[in-house]
Write a protein that binds this ligand. Structure first.
Ligand code: MN
Length: 331
């Protein structure tokens, strides 16, 4: 058996053996981590186990159609009276990605780490990590098969949603034969692909558009037109009535410009705190750039947080991009 198949078996043993679990999604949760957590919850229910799903903050309302969504807790708002010895982390590339949630961990904690990020540092006691999986839900599907769980419409909706969001609607380079094979099987369980795509990918909030209007005023084309970037300040967020969720997708406008290799989005999330999102088109490894700045991700999509002003963050990021592309920012 390969290490991966062995790890899947260990994960199933872990879920069968213990009774109560903490399922953790990553900070700024997306469709994949949320869907993977809910799929995990459904599998645990199937085994007669109890669980608590926690994110360090809010989980986007747009995923509220998913089964058990209302059971996801917000560490910053909800009250917790217990600690957990058995933790399942989904779609978190490293320990830091769980944010403040580890404060709920017991001293004797055992972590099952299920993830598909190439930058995953194997922080669990059990690590089910496959970097060539398109999404963590793809691994959840393999776990479900390996454990001989029964697939149903609710599980199918979770897994399909994670695939849909992490492949950008089956468009990104990670859309493998396996992804489409799984999607095809899931459609046999009565889920509605048009409705799911509408909810996850098409529908945008008014705040998002108002924020885009402001962000576009900051558009910068640098590095011989190979880089495009946008910025959003806390004032922009306030005036657009936007929450963090409304910034999602803004970075794609940069990357989508003809000829641009790297798209960058700078988001001032606090005093001297800048969240930076990267997207690349074909060759630049933005995971490497993000990792050098204390973040992580995938070759085509990555992110990090920089301490400093917007201007300082821009200078640091542009320098890293110059090194990666071999082109000065002002050329
Ligand atoms: Mn993912």
């Amino acid at each position: 058996m390969t290490d991966y198949v062995t790890a899947l078996q260990e994960a199933i043993r872990f879920m069968r053996k213990h009774d109560r679990f903490l399922i953790v999604t990553h900070v700024n949760p997306d469709g994949d981590t949320t869907s993977a957590a809910l799929a995990c919850a459904l599998l645990l229910e199937d085994l007669g186990k109890s669980y608590c799903i926690v994110n360090e903050g809010e989980t986007p309302e747009k995923f509220s159609f998913l089964p058990r969504f209302s059971s996801i807790k917000d560490l910053s708002k909800d009250i917790f009276t217990e600690t957990f010895s058995h933790v399942i982390a989904v779609d978190a590339a490293d320990y830091k990605r769980m944010g403040d949630v580890p404060r709920l961990f017991a001293d004797d904690v055992n972590i099952l780490n299920i993830d598909h990020h190439p930058t995953n540092d194997l922080f669990g006691q059990i690590n089910v990590v496959r970097a060539d999986a398109a999404a963590t839900v793809e691994i959840m599907f393999e776990l479900l098969k390996a454990g001989e769980f029964t697939l149903n419409e609710q599980l199918a909706a979770c897994i399909y949603t994670g695939l849909l969001t992490d492949t950008g609607g089956f468009r990104y380079a990670n859309t493998s034969p396996n992804v489409l094979k799984i999607a095809s099987e899931l459609l046999g369980y009565g889920i509605k692909p048009g409705e799911l795509a509408e909810r996850c990918l098409e529908e945008i909030t008014l705040a998002h558009i108002l924020l885009l209007r402001r962000a576009l005023q900051t558009l910068k084309i640098t590095h011989r037109k190979l880089t495009a970037s946008l910025q959003v300040t806390r004032d922009d967020m306030r005036e657009a009535g936007a929450s963090g969720e409304d910034t999602s997708g803004l970075v794609n406008y940069c990357r989508n410009i003809e000829g641009v290799e790297i798209g960058v989005f700078f988001h001032e999330t606090g005093e001297n705190q800048i969240k930076v999102s990267f997207r690349s088109r074909a060759s630049a490894d933005v995971a490497q750039i993000a990792k050098e700045l204390g973040g992580g991700g995938h070759a085509r999509a990555a992110g990090c947080t920089i301490v400093g002003s917007l201007a300082e963050a821009e200078a640091i990021v542009f320098e890293k991009i110059s090194e990666a592309l071999g082109v000065q920012a002002d050329e």
